[in-house]
Design a protein around this ligand. Structure first.
Ligand code: FAD
Length: 443
């Protein structure tokens, strides 16, 4: 069987590895437009700040490993421009030599990820204007950091914006985040996000909200950024305003997309066209709590969906269980975690809900070193099923989010949460874990 995978990162190579494990006769060709395979984009902010010494450390498996150890025909600098589903052929171009190729497949996986959304503002092409997605993007930013850069403006207060604000701050830069909406990290409810603003202010990070960027000014190099309210002098701009699925080359194939141009797949990662699968940031993600497809592009999901695609491509029937929409961000001294629905999402889905908010200690009150942790739980007010949780604090956020995510995964109620047998000793917890303390308050 001849398998072709477009995209050589998380989703694509997770699928490739599962195909190898399950089909001993598999012929696998992977087409990647960049020069690197299987690297941890999530580590890029930390290589820029210097916590991780080199981007080489982010590469999980090299192209040579895929070729020599696993026998995959792993191509680099090969961009797929066209797909002919009738003939089962993909058309690719070597981006360095412009040579054109045609490859036939029996089964095809589209794992092309997503690219930063780049607004069409005047001045967007000026020097010292960046986005962050790939290792070369990180190198360009690191290269500029050696120059006379003191004031940095980040447009967009999502997780990449916040992680990069921390990185730049660690380099002693003046950092400004411009956010179009009312608050940073808009996956959180406003009451929770205010803690992020407090942390930004403690750390001397300037936060500008409710302003729309109109243009970036400068001759050749950025000098200032202009919003509908102000002009801010700045030396470097990072655009972090979201991402768009890399699916344009599939437009006239008959493949169905959602409103965000992500490929519509079923739970077996099959697209609307036979023998064509899709996974990762280019595809939709079934949301367990919403009970419908969503688009929450994350590395953890890309790996899982890629693996599931691999299983199904070789004929091992295995559905994707779905996501709960769990994520965590480290921002200076606090961690921000969210899983399931926020209050505003519950409202927009018209769900009957209640919420509980509790601020407490992350460990036993009498044990030294405890830190404050703020928990918000959302649950259905008819059957008391948990709908979501947001947790912000200096320590212990990841553990609580993972317990809440497991509860959502198993469709547990507030009573189930109360009854969970969670570990306890004073340096780690209270006899009642903070999320159980919160759950016990439900009516
Ligand atoms: P990608 O990793 O984007 O891979 C797609 C590949 O396809 C790319 O290598 C691309 O070059 C290639 N490609 C695209 N089009 C074509 C074409 N036409 N022909 C050939 N090749 C093509 N997620 C988390 O869960 N936690 C985090 O902490 C986190 N932090 C992040 C921090 C940063 C700075 C970034 C940028 C992302 C972060 N993510 C995080 C998101 C995570 O990296 C992505 O969700 C994940 O990489 C998606 O994997 P993918 O395989 O679907 O797509």
């Amino acid at each position: 069987m001849k398998y072709i995978i477009i995209g050589g990162d998380a989703a694509g190579m997770s699928a490739a590895m599962e195909i190898i494990r399950n089909d001993k006769d598999a012929e696998i060709l992977t087409l990647e437009k960049g020069g690197v395979y299987s690297y941890g984009q999530c580590g890029l902010p930390y290589t820029i700040s210097g916590i991780i010494p080199s981007t080489d450390a982010l590469i999980a498996r090299s192209v040579d490993t895929f070729r020599n150890k696993y026998g995959i025909d792993a191509m680099i600098y090969h961009e797929v421009n066209k797909l002919d589903p009738e003939k089962k052929v993909v058309h690719a171009t070597n981006v360095l030599t412009e040579e054109k190729f045609k490859y036939e497949y029996d089964k095809l996986l589209v794992a092309t990820g997503a690219s930063p959304h780049i607004p069409d503002w005047k001045g967007i092409d000026l020097k010292h204007v960046h986005s962050l997605k790939t290792i070369p993007d990180a190198h360009k930013i690191m290269n500029d950091m050696g120059k006379d850069i003191n004031d940095i403006t980040i447009v967009g207060g999502g997780y990449i914006g916040l992680e990069m604000a921390e990185s730049f701050k660690m380099m002693d830069k003046h950092v400004r985040i411009i956010q179009r909406g009312k608050h940073l990290a808009n996956i959180f409810d406003e009451d929770m996000a205010l803690l992020i603003h407090e942390e930004a202010s403690k750390q001397g990070i300037e936060v500008v909200i409710n302003e729309n960027v109109l243009a970036i000014n400068g001759e050749q190099i950025v000098e200032s950024i202009q919003t509908d309210c102000n002009v801010y002098k700045t030396d470097l701009v990072l655009i972090a305003t979201g991402i768009t699925p890399n699916t344009n080359f599939l437009k006239d194939t008959g493949i169905i997309f959602n409103a965000k141009n992500a490929i519509q797949v079923n739970r077996h990662m099959e697209t609307s066209i036979k023998d064509i699968y899709a996974a990762g940031d280019c595809a939709v993600h079934y949301h367990i709590v919403k009970e419908k497809d969503d688009y929450i592009p994350l590395g953890t999901t890309a790996n899982k969906q890629g693996r599931i695609a691999g299983f199904n491509m070789v004929g091992v029937q295995r559905p994707f269980s779905g996501i709960t929409g769990s994520s965590i961000i480290k921002f200076m001294n606090v961690s921000l975690g969210k899983t399931g629905l926020s209050e505003k999402e519950a409202q927009s889905l018209n769900l009957p809900y209640e919420m509980i908010k509790l601020e407490t200690n992350n460990i036993a009150g009498y044990y030294p070193g405890g830190k404050s942790i703020l928990i918000k739980l959302i649950y259905r007010n008819d059957n008391h099923q948990l709908l979501g949780g947001q947790v912000i604090g200096e320590e212990g956020v990841d553990k609580r989010i993972d317990v809440l995510s497991t509860a959502l995964f198993n469709r547990m109620t507030m009573r189930d949460l109360e009854d969970l047998d969670l570990c306890y000793a004073p340096p780690y917890n209270s006899t009642w874990d903070p999320i159980q303390q919160a759950a016990r308050r439900h009516s």
